[in-house]
Write a protein that binds this ligand. Sequence first.
Ligand SMILES: [Zn+2]
Length: 146
Amino acid sequence: MQNSHHDPVSKLIFELSKLPGIGEKTATRLSYFIVKQENSYAKSLADAILAAKEKTGLCSQCFTFTDSSPCRICANPGRDSGIICVVERPADVFSIEQTGLFRGKYHVLHGVLSPLDGIGPEELKKNCAWNSSRGSVGILRQTNNW
Ligand SMILES: [Zn+2]
């Protein structure tokens, strides 16, 4: 086991292993995969990471990550502003959007769940994913009435 990250591959493994869900074993596998690819892939990956980081901010209305504020969902006149799906993380918005079932808007808490006694992130996600197909989700304005 090396105790320094002076060589470039060890440095890459070290940085990748900081990512959620990526242990040292996976980081090592990913690093060797990247090193084996054409230079253009490494450049494109590095550019994508930098661009995502530099161009992404928070939506002024729903607080999800976006490169335009308001985000495309909040700015879409076809979305129902009367139905707000409260989610824990921006990744939850992405997951729910993937289903294509929810036509309302979102409010991203960024992990702040304390005002909602008894409602954890799993319950929030379940409410949105389950109820969106039936047209009723947790409505932000109706507190304590889930
Ligand atoms: Zn938004």
